[in-house]
Design a protein around this ligand. Structure first.
Ligand SMILES: Cc1cc2nc3c(=O)[nH]c(=O)nc-3n(C[C@H](O)[C@H](O)[C@H](O)COP(=O)(O)OP(=O)(O)OC[C@H]3O[C@@H](n4cnc5c(N)ncnc54)[C@H](O)[C@@H]3O)c2cc1C
Length: 546
């Protein structure tokens, strides 16, 4: 089996959480698999979520009980196969006078959530009196506060790494995985051995590969991928945009995550402690543009700031307090009309018929349920191939970095250059994969140097990203491998030293290093909503969402 093989059992288009999960499961069941990702793994919607591994309390309102049950079940699996990435989080729901969801409704919802969670590993909910809530969260607006509820869910701080660890596991199980390799054409053949053309990363060479089964896991790009085929296809995707803002801890900021009904439109929004900052979101607006182009609009940002200031009056946030903002498109099933919030969040695994037989498209699917979606998809792939359906083991076998956090921290003690904060940071990001870092430093002691004054970032991390974790661009390393790109300054204080280490590792010329810095700056400018050429703060009007 080589990376240049022209024939596979399965070709997956899209390396977000769903494509990565399907690749891992398929490869672990012995299916000869190729995964093609147009950009970097996990750089699409999977990077732009609220980063919760949750049952979706809100879906109860729409009667989506099976989805809530499935999500709660999956939450437990993910906590067990990726304990270094998926952590428990306590969430408080404040209830105000005039809320659409009053105390009784919230209590009923919480009880149903607990019942659906039976046998799971998190504590049950607790209703709070007004006084208890104020004692727990002294910064909360007490005006009109009636009390609240407290419950538990889970959080994946670095969703990017959850995708990556699935990719790494897929490759370790024998899958061929290629980032920066966009699919450019699909040719459905009568005999069923369909051809896929893609542009190869690096060389830019047009390459043809074939497989009897193709999975279109392109998230909100699913219809665009279908349009690459030689058949007319119905529209499947009707995405809605959701935006988040990231701010520093503010006066009166909550200890727990807060899930609160917005005054403006009654939608619940989250204010979540995340990555030593606060992640606040989200919105839900129909969009019909390339998902790669969406940005948080001024109106969305104003809405999230206003609602946060209302619940935490001392916060006094303004646009100038935002570290960065991001937006993503939920890959939801296409519906001509009806409210965005009521579109089902259940995933659909669509088997195409007629001349496109052998093609499966994935519609929807949350981070939380990716493993089960992958299991169901691979079952279908095996049935379509007419063979025996091998047992899925993804719920039991841990992801590559899954050893206990404390053990990972201990394993780092041999790298003396790291500070305590550095050990903590590295263990949180890599979990058990710190052993790879250790091995790199043991073989090349110069990789044990740190890049920052606080001694928290190792040169070896860049070597790991390039040699073991498929990073090709500077932005991959900064934003989706070392995770420094999600800090308040988007990693700016480290960019040049990371670029120098990456240039040495990847053999970049000075022109190539410049080009890489340009790509990174453009990416950061979108997150900061600044002009990448001047660095000026600029108002970006987003008419797409209106
Ligand atoms: C605002 C928001 C909040 C959310 N919050 C949560 C949450 O808290 N918890 C949760 O569980 N879920 C949440 N979700 C849902 C979840 O993030 C997504 O459903 C999930 O990430 C979709 O993953 P995916 O792999 O299907 O799509 P993506 O991550 O978008 O991956 C699809 C990939 O296909 C690639 N691609 C496109 N065209 C091609 C081509 N021609 N060739 C090759 N590759 C191609 C893209 O580059 C992309 O990387 C949220 C979503 C949004 C938008």
């Amino acid at each position: 089996m080589t990376g240049d093989d022209p024939q596979y059992d399965l070709i997956i288009i899209g390396g977000g959480i769903n494509g990565a999960g399907i690749a891992r499961d398929a490869a672990m069941r012995g299916i000869h698999t190729l995964l093609l990702e147009a950009r970097d793994f996990g750089s699409g919607t999977s990077s732009w979520s609220s980063r919760l591994i949750h049952g979706g309390l809100r879906y109860l309102e729409y009667g989506e009980l099976p989805l809530v049950y499935e999500s709660l079940h999956e939450r437990r699996h993910l906590q067990s196969i990726a304990p270094h990435l998926v952590k428990r989080i306590r969430i408080t729901i404040p209830i105000y006078k005039g809320s659409r969801r009053g105390r009784i409704i919230v209590r009923l919802g919480m009880t149903a959530y607990d019942l659906l969670s039976l046998g799971k590993n998190l504590p049950r909910h607790r209703m709070l009196s007004r006084e208890e809530l104020i004692a727990a969260e002294p910064g909360i607006n007490a005006d009109g506060l009636r009390g609240g509820a407290q419950y538990y869910d889970a959080q994946v701080t670095y969703a990017e790494r959850l995708v990556l660890e699935n990719i790494i596991a897929a490759a370790e199980a024998g899958a061929v995985v290629r980032n920066y390799s966009p699919v450019t054409a699909i040719e459905f053949r009568d005999g069923g051995n369909h051809q896929v053309r893609y542009t190869r990363a690096g060389s830019g060479e047009e390459t043809a590969v074939a497989a009897p089964v193709i999975v279109n896991a392109a998230g909100p790009w699913v219809d665009r991928v279908l349009a690459l085929g030689n058949k007319k296809m119905p529209r499947l995707m009707g995405g809605t945009k959701g935006s988040h803002i990231i701010v520093a801890p503010f006066p009166g900021a909550p200890k727990d995550a807060i899930y609160v009904e917005a005054q403006a439109d009654g939608r619940p929004i989250f204010i979540i402690p995340w990555n030593r900052q606060y992640l606040i979101g989200t919105t839900d607006i129909r969009v019909d543009i390339d998902p790669a182009e969406v940005q948080a609009s001024d109106d969305e940002i104003r809405y999230l700031i206003d609602e946060t200031n209302r619940v935490f009056p001392q916060a006094n946030l303004g646009p100038e307090n935002i570290h960065f903002a991001y937006a993503g498109v939920r890959p939801l099933p296409y519906r001509k009309k009806g409210p965005e919030s009521a579109v089902t969040r259940k995933h659909i695994i669509k088997k195409h018929r007629g001349g496109a037989r052998g093609l499966i498209s994935i519609i929807g699917g949350k981070l939380t349920t990716y493993r089960n979606l992958a299991r169901q998809t691979v079952d279908k792939v095996q049935k379509m191939a007419g063979g025996h359906v091998a047992v899925c083991r993804t719920a039991e076998l841990p992801l590559p970095g899954a050893i206990e956090f404390e053990a990972a921290e201990e394993a780092l003690n041999s790298i003396e250059s790291l500070s305590v904060a550095g050990r903590r940071r590295i263990a949180q990001i890599y979990g058990g994969r710190v052993q790879r870092l250790q091995a790199l430093v043991a073989a090349q002691p110069e990789l044990g140097a740190t890049l920052d004054a606080e001694d928290t970032v190792l040169v070896a991390e860049i070597a790991l990203a390039v040699r073991d974790e498929f990073a090709l661009h500077l932005s991959d390393i900064v934003h989706r491998r070392l995770m420094v790109g999600l800090s308040a300054d988007l990693g700016a204080h480290l960019t040049l030293s990371i670029a120098a280490a990456a240039a040495a590792e990847l053999g970049w010329s000075s022109e190539e290093a410049e080009r890489q810095l340009g790509i990174l700056n453009a990416h950061n400018a979108r997150l900061r909503r600044t002009d990448s050429r001047t660095g000026d703060q600029k108002t970006i009007s987003d008419t797409s969402s209106m």
